[in-house]
Ligand binder design. Structure first.
Ligand code: PEP
Ligand code: MN
Length: 365
């Protein structure tokens, strides 16, 4: 994909590009009060016009009327505006009212039928489009949606990371699973990556830390829900920050350099990388040794007609190794994950040994 960078359509921004504004446009007054104090620090103002609510009966957005309020404020203050579109009708109305940037919500990205329909509606339209990750942690759906829009001719594309739903109790509303957006970025290095700490955190107490983490990982921008008085917000009240909090969060961000520029740092980095390379080599050698022992034990079990899996041994491994790991300052949960993978591979190897047909030696047979 040949994606236009943010410079192509968000010209004057200084990293991070900031998208801020209320979860929903609720009234003309609420929108103006929420937006005015943050204009200077925001590159784009957000505001939901049509709200995809999980359960019926909650506030579902003000619809087209809200776009008129937005345009009145735009005429007075001058800013770019973005909103979520989920149906071809939303797209039509958003274009009619000159919305500057569109975004696709998590509940839409998850559905390829829906995405296709929207891509068709956007065919030939030159507008920046940001695609949120799908609700559940599946990278291919996120990529699929981006590819569908790209094929429809949208090149001003970006991705918004808003976290993923899990059923587990968690400190996050939608745990970030950082590896997924980083995998996306490795595949499409030109794709701007924007973090939405509001929907990841679900609480305004978590916004600063998540935003900092995104900066540490070299994200291009942040989308932060901001309301003049979050307590009275009609949607996502717990996660919205007020204007002062937004300004504090932004000014406290520690922005990292993209790469090392100082030569001393660079050689130090090289040195550590060489040590990491060596450690990886030793790690793989240790795994190779373990696998050859697994093969040996597989042969032995087969000769003696003993089953591959013995629950007692499995339990013993899962008890002792995390204890060893703890003494080595390793996270026991991480250790259990590694052991699970090793065990899976070990069972696979032994099954191969069990199923191996002995080579025939008698050529006449
Ligand atoms: C939103 O940004 O207000 C929203 C509904 O987001 P998501 O699609 O991430 O749930
Ligand atoms: Mn919201």
């Amino acid at each position: 994909m040949q994606i236009d960078g943010l410079e192509g359509w968000a010209k004057d921004y200084i990293k991070p590009m900031v998208i801020a504004g209320p979860c929903s446009v609720e009234s003309e007054e609420q929108f103006r009060k929420s937006v005015k104090p943050i204009l200077e620090k925001s590159d784009i103002i957000r505001g939901g016009i049509w709200k995809p609510r999980t359960r019926p009966g909650s506030f579902e957005g003000v619809g087209e009327e809200g776009l008129k309020w937005v345009n009145a404020a735009k005429d007075e203050f001058g800013f770019k505006f973005t909103t979520e579109v989920a149906t071809p009708e939303h797209i039509e109305l958003a274009l009619k009212h000159k919305v500057d940037v569109l975004w696709i919500g998590a509940r839409t990205t998850v559905n390829p039928f829906n995405v296709s329909e929207l891509a068709t509606a956007l065919q030939g339209v030159d507008i920046p489009l940001l695609v949120k990750n799908p609700v559940h942690p599946e990278l291919s759906l996120w990529k699929g949606a981006l590819e569908r829009f790209y094929k429809a001719g949208i090149t001003k594309l970006g991705a918004i990371h808003r976290g993923f739903h899990t059923y587990d109790k968690n400190k996050y509303r939608n745990p970030p699973f950082w590896q997924i957006p980083l995998d996306l970025k490795s595949e499409f290095p030109d794709l701007p990556l924007i973090c939405d700490p509001s929907h990841i955190g679900g609480s305004n107490q978590l916004i600063a830390d998540i935003s900092q983490k995104a900066m540490d990982l070299n994200y291009d921008g942040l989308m932060i829900e901001t309301h003049y008085n979050p307590k009275v917000a009609l949607s996502d009240a717990a996660q919205q920050v007020d204007s002062y909090q937004l300004l504090d969060i932004l000014s406290d961000l520690n922005l990292r350099d993209e790469r090392f520029t100082d030569l001393n740092h660079l050689s130090q980095l090289e040195l550590i990388r060489q040590q990491i390379d060596q450690a990886d080599r030793e790690l793989l050698e240790a795994i190779a040794i373990r696998m050859s022992l697994v093969e040996k034990i597989g042969e032995y079990k087969k000769e003696n007609n003993v089953a591959i899996f013995q629950v007692g041994r499995w339990k013993e491994i899962f008890k002792s190794r995390p204890e060893w790991a703890k003494k080595m300052n390793l996270d026991p949960d991480f250790t259990v994950e590694v052991l699970r993978l090793l065990h899976q591979q070990s069972v696979k190897k032994q099954t191969e040994v069990f199923n191996k047909v002995e080579a025939k030696t008698d050529l006449n047979e």
